[in-house]
Design a protein around this ligand. Structure first.
Ligand code: ADP
Ligand code: MG
Length: 308
């Protein structure tokens, strides 16, 4: 069994109005992980999910789900997927139980009372099972949508902006549910434009900007890499280029040549004293020092700005 459950290669999507929504997407999703796709509104998150789920036609490129091509083996690929769409769209006249039972049939699977009860209980919807969907709050409706997706017993669950417009308590409940599903081996792909959400939940994070994947990384690595500190050394005179002895990974020179930025980990020995001594020996004078912390938020903002 391959370690990747979804493999996306060289995927492009151009909409009918010639708008290029996705460009050369290469992305693999590992079995059992929680993957957060982080991107601003309009970045292409829903389009990407739509292509993988077979709702949006790709312009070029390939996608496999569990080894099945999402077009050639559409039914097999689709049978592994649960999709919780961004839009709250439910038949208001059905009750909760009916909604889930019908969803099961829609996937072409045999009715399963035990599963139905389990899903309703997992989502804390058991008490509401006879309520008409239209009587439910927004957060409850979202849970019903998740329930519909779970009636397919998916190996991969897509959650498209699952906490948009959901209150804090429900958000927490949502994350408990996601953890429970992960424990059972479900792969989860969620999209969000909230950094904290990606930071809290995900094993890996992918950033999508203007239809391009600009970064995919283990969350831990990202946090280590970026959860550090920057020391800004404001120079007395313009420096033409970095001194040759500098480790370029840790030290960068601003475009105007007036600021050196030294990145270090607060937890490790910082090397600041050695750096400052070295600068002094080189006759590089400074006028001020300042420090700042980096966060995922900052990387995200930087990435977004660099690209536009
Ligand atoms: N059917 C469509 N026709 C033309 N453009 C579309 C269509 N659907 C989405 N888009 C555009 O594609 C871009 C990506 O949209 P979307 O995938 O919904 O982004 P996200 O989910 O990240 O907010 C947006 O600029 C959007 O306006
Ligand atoms: Mg979207």
């Amino acid at each position: 069994m391959s370690k990747d459950i979804i493999v996306i290669e060289e995927l492009d999507k151009v909409y009918d109005n010639d708008f290029k929504a996705l460009s050369k997407i290469n992305l693999s999703i590992r079995r059992g992980e929680i993957f957060a796709l982080l991107g601003a509104n309009g970045a292409g998150k829903t389009t990407l999910i739509g292509v993988v789920c077979g709702l949006v036609n790709a312009t070029s490129g390939t996608v496999t789900v569990g080894g099945y091509d999402h077009v050639k083996n559409y039914r097999s690929a689709r049978s592994l997927i649960g999709l919780v769409p961004q839009e709250l769209y439910l038949d208001p006249f059905l009750n909760v139980m009916e909604t889930l039972a019908i969803a099961r049939g829609f996937y072409g699977k045999k009715p399963d009372k035990k599963l139905l009860e389990q899903v309703l209980r997992d989502l804390s919807l058991w008490e509401k099972k006879d309520d008409k969907v239209q009587q439910l709050s927004g957060g409850m409706k979202r849970r019903v949508l998740i329930g519909k997706a779970l009636m397919n017993e998916p190996e991969v669950l897509f959650l498209d902006e699952p906490t948009a417009g959901v209150d804090v308590d429900l958000r927490r409940g949502m994350w408990e549910l996601v953890s429970k599903l992960k424990e059972r081996g479900t792969t989860i792909i969620l999209t969000t434009h909230y950094i904290e959400e990606a930071q809290d939940m995900a094993d890996r994070i992918g950033v999508i900007i203007d239809g391009q994947i600009s970064l995919v990384e283990e969350k831990e690595t990202l946090m280590k890499q970026f959860g550090g500190k920057n020391l800004k050394i404001h120079l007395a005179e313009k420096l033409q280029k970095l001194p040759r002895w500098c480790d370029e990974g840790n030290l960068t020179l601003s475009e105007d040549g007036m600021t050196l930025t030294y990145t270090y980990k607060a937890s490790e020995s910082t090397g600041i004293t050695a750096l400052l001594t070295q600068l002094k020996e080189e006759g590089i004078n400074m006028v001020d020092l300042s420090t700042e912390e980096t966060s995922l938020e900052e990387i995200f903002v930087n990435l977004t700005h660099n690209d536009s």
